[in-house]
Ligand binder design. Structure first.
Ligand code: MLT
Length: 336
């Protein structure tokens, strides 16, 4: 554990001890159940590996929510199967607010990609609020013999299945982004799945894997450090914090656009006052100056307070499922 991590943990614990009275005072106006929740630690399930982009956002959020609620928020990385193992863990948990899920765009694609699941990917959750929207970047091992997107495309196609592409399994944002890229250029790389892009990035850094499409919340540091080569962002506009990276449209692929949204969920049937307390805590966390600053350093920002609500989250999530359904059906990108 680094000195920085130790200091962060100590600060979290002190904040957690100091916060209960404040949290109860804020929650009091909204009913007695909400006022007494939470009375013990809350588990935040992250459906991808430690160290990756969801984990980075989740741990910042957990720390800030703990400060607001006056109880620890313990991160549990429940990984595998493109994020469906962790989602199932929460969909089937006791609906009492003590188990929540931080998930991303996977919640929009999994309902179509997975035709057989042991949980209901649409009706198994109470959306609590959106969290962030994060741009993606196409990064490769540092010694990739290409210097712009056109050269990368040519190299990828010349290599056929000798070229490999890391992702976090079908249902993950890296898999979606990688598949859209390969389809857009007509390449057939070998896919190497990991339990998250945290471990996938280690293989890119080690030069053992060629390409990864990943979120700026993880890639910013490696791009700035010159540890990877970056070719494009599949966003409509350049990224404010990494303005030197061209968009895929600038590189001739205007239809290849994917950004990653995150939301917080409780199991379906969690009592409304408990959900309301969790949403209030999410909103407080997203106002926390440490979150605002750290998010901006890694290429993202908290959503507005209006979007950090169950209603906005439900609307956005429903629209995202509808948006991806025809894309997935057209490419038969099913998990089974
Ligand atoms: C992760 O946290 O590992 C990523 O978000 C996985 C992905 O969706 O690519």
């Amino acid at each position: 554990m680094t000195a920085l991590t130790r200091r962060a943990l100590a600060a979290t614990s002190l904040a957690a001890l100091a916060a209960p009275r404040l949290a109860r005072a804020q929650g009091g106006a909204q009913g007695s159940t909400q006022g007494s929740f939470p009375s013990r630690p809350v588990t935040m399930v992250i459906p991808f590996a430690p160290g990756g982009p969801t984990d980075i956002v989740g741990r910042l959020l957990a720390e800030a929510m703990a400060k607001d609620m006056g109880q620890p928020v313990v991160v549990e990385n429940s990984t595998g199967a493109g994020g469906t193992i962790g989602a199932q863990r929460v969909a089937t948990a006791r609906p009492d607010g003590y188990t929540v899920l931080l998930h991303h765009i996977g919640m929009g694609v999994i309902p179509t990609m997975y035709r057989r699941l042991a949980y209901d990917p649409v009706n198994g959750f109470e959306p609590l609020g959106l969290v962030t929207e994060v741009p993606m970047t196409l990064v490769t091992r540092k010694d990739m013999p290409a210097n712009n997107l056109a050269e990368l495309v040519a190299y990828m196609k010349s290599q056929g299945d000798r070229f490999n592409l890391a992702d976090a399994g079908i249902g993950s944002s890296s898999a979606l982004c990688g598949a859209l890229f390969a389809n857009a250029i007509g390449a057939r790389p070998t896919i190497i799945p990991f339990r998250g892009t945290g471990p996938a990035m280690q293989e890119i850094l080690g030069g053992r894997v060629d390409l990864l499409c990943d979120q700026t919340t993880q890639t910013t540091e490696y791009i700035r450090g010159g540890n990877v080569k970056v070719f494009a962002t599949p966003s409509r506009t350049r990224i404010a914090t990494l303005p030197e990276i061209p968009t895929t449209a600038e590189g001739g692929l205007p239809d290849f656009v994917v950004t990653v949204w995150h939301g917080l969920y409780a199991p379906k049937g969690t009592p409304a006052p408990v959900c309301a307390r969790l949403t209030a805590s999410l909103q407080a966390a997203l106002r926390d100056p440490r979150i605002v600053q750290r998010f901006s350093e890694i290429g993202t920002a908290p959503v507005s307070q209006a979007d950090a609500t169950p209603e906005a989250h439900q609307r956005f999530w429903t629209a995202d499922i509808a948006k991806w359904k025809p894309v997935i059906e057209a490419t038969s990108a099913y998990a089974d």
